[in-house]
Unconditional design. Structure first.
Length: 220
């Protein structure tokens, strides 16, 4: 009679599905963080320096998205957009939903950081002939980044955790792959603990990267 395989044996047999799921989770998170940071920075600029109409538009977008559950954004990106002819794959819809969610948080973070900077710096930059783009690039942006880095790191970690919701639309990220392995092995607790460890590892890497960037900015 053959002995039952150990948990480590089962992990080894399921290594490729789990690694594929982990890679998908990392890819989705990085894309959402990158896209959300770009859009969120523009939102923060609009909320701080835009005209009244632009500020109102940016405020409406930010408040609406922040007040909407992430799961609703995910389902809307996958199902509702398809009804209007925008057919996205589950992966694309998931990235879009998390990017939108991330951008609203980054927009608020950027606005808060920019509004704490003394207005005299902007006026001084104008006095020496810098354009607004140059002022943001060389004067406001670096200072705002130093102030906003800790909450930005937290937002990045939230994107990793929010990626677990994409399993509901069939994205083969880490949680869905783990559930598929559990359905074959019936080892639910050990594999969920393993998945939790992998999620922790990704978030820990994001936190350490944030610390590294913070030290580099402080030394600059």
């Amino acid at each position: 009679m053959n002995p039952s395989p150990s948990f480590l044996d089962l992990v080894w047999l399921a290594r490729w599905p789990l690694l594929y799921g982990l890679g998908t989770t990392v890819a989705i998170s990085l894309l959402a963080i990158a896209g959300g940071t770009v859009i969120g920075t523009l939102l923060g600029l609009a909320l701080t320096y835009g005209n009244r109409f632009l500020r109102l538009l940016a405020r409406a977008y930010t408040d609406f998205v922040r007040g909407t559950p992430v799961l609703v954004l995910v389902l809307a990106s996958f199902y509702i957009l398809g009804t209007i002819g925008l057919d996205l794959s589950a992966f694309q819809a998931g990235v879009l939903a998390l990017t939108v969610f991330c951008s609203s948080h980054v927009g608020e973070i950027t606005r808060g950081a920019l509004q704490t900077l003394p207005k005299g710096q902007t006026e001084a930059a104008k006095a020496i002939g810098l354009t607004f783009g140059q002022t943001f690039r060389y004067v406001l942006g670096p200072q705002a980044l130093r102030l906003s880095l800790p909450p930005l790191v937290n937002t990045g970690a939230e994107m990793v955790k929010a990626s677990t919701l994409l399993s509901v639309i069939g994205v083969a990220e880490l949680l869905l792959r783990t559930q598929e392995v559990i359905s074959r092995t019936f080892q639910s607790l050990p594999f969920y603990l393993l998945a939790g460890l992998l999620y922790f590892t990704v978030n820990f890497a994001i936190e350490r990267l944030g610390r590294l960037v913070e030290r580099r900015l402080s030394a600059a």
